[in-house]
Design a binder for this molecule. Structure first.
Ligand SMILES: [Zn+2]
Length: 331
């Protein structure tokens, strides 16, 4: 099957077999300001080249799954007002079926990641699972009683727009105090920019390549060197994440909260423990019992793994394994 992780800045395509083994993958930049047709061209070129390299025949492809940045209506697969792609209303699924003649599933990227974790992650088979990505933005996917919870129109899981500070920093969504506006990669970059303009953050600037803007990576380097301002900012970020996750844990009572995304994985050594501590201290006792909070083991490929899970479900082979699919098929 072909899996495609379509992001605002990059497209990651992979050819994956039904056991979840990635046979080949390729990463290309998303064409800037491209219309949906151009993006489809890039995806199809990418997949065609991968098929050639992996020596897989086109007719062997059983399905195609594409993960897009939200919001996305389900099951139509219509991308709606996507700030990351700059598209207003695009029926991506229909167009891809028309062009390829294959079964196609289009799903919001964070939902796809939650499926990936549920099928292939360390907590696979965990029926009440919450996946949260902390990267440039913050998003989530909810597995509820073994099913992906999409809500009425497909808009569930927008955890980045939970208000965690009344009247707080302005968010891209037009409101204030959203988790994404306070604890995402872009929020950190914005905060560091403000600090530098006020003559603060010298220790973080010292960790930044000349001419570049400090972001989460530089903040992490400075904090590991013991820089006080960096440590303080990270403490605040961890607390906002903790508030958001504690709210979600009290609402959903998941067994596992899985954290992923470039920023979270890059700052795991600095963020995971304080986030865990905050949540464990601030949720109801009942909801803390058995609660696992950890980072994904699937790294950058989590969405690709989700694509495999989505195609298997589409083909009616979608019962979630309690052991990896590969082992199950051998058994
Ligand atoms: Zn928001």
């Amino acid at each position: 099957m072909v899996g495609v992780d379509l992001g605002g800045t990059k497209i990651l395509a992979g050819i994956v077999d039904t056991n979840g083994t990635i046979l080949g993958k390729k990463r290309v930049p998303t064409p800037v300001g491209a219309d949906p047709d151009q993006v489809l061209d890039v995806i199809i070129d990418c997949a065609t080249e991968l098929l050639r390299v992996c020596r897989v025949k086109e007719e062997e492809i059983r399905g195609i799954a594409v993960a897009t940045p939200g919001p996305l209506s389900f099951p139509e697969g219509v991308v709606r007002d996507s700030p990351n792609l700059g598209w207003e209303r695009v029926n991506f699924k229909e167009e891809l079926i028309r062009r390829t003649g294959r079964p196609v599933i289009v799903e919001k990227d964070t939902n796809m990641a939650a499926l990936g974790e549920y099928y292939f992650g360390r907590q696979r088979g965990c029926g009440d699972l919450l996946y949260i990505t902390v990267s440039t933005g913050i998003g989530g996917g909810i597995i509820c009683a073994g099913k992906l919870y999409r809500g009425h129109l497909g808009g569930a899981g927008e955890v980045g727009h939970m208000v965690v500070e009344a009247g707080g920093a302005a968010c891209n969504c037009g409101r204030r105090g959203c988790l994404e506006a306070l604890a995402s990669g872009s929020a950190i970059t914005r905060r560091l920019d403000e600090m530098v303009k006020q003559g603060q953050g010298q220790g973080i600037l010292n960790c930044t390549t000349a001419g570049e803007q400090p972001g989460p990576r530089e903040l992490g380097i400075a904090a590991r060197q013991g820089d006080e301002e960096a440590r303080l900012l990270l403490t605040q970020v961890a607390e906002y994440l903790g508030i958001g996750i504690a709210n979600l844990v009290n609402i959903l009572n998941p067994r596992a909260v899985i954290l992923g995304g470039g920023m979270m994985l890059g700052l795991k050594d600095l963020l995971l423990a304080p986030v865990q501590n905050y949540v464990y201290e601030h949720v109801f006792n009942l909801n803390r019992e058995d609660l696992i909070i950890e980072c994904t083991s699937l790294d950058d490929d989590i969405v690709l793994y989700g694509c495999v899970a989505a195609v298997l479900k589409l083909l009616g082979q979608g019962t979630c394994p309690s052991v990896p699919l590969g082992e199950r098929s051998r058994g």
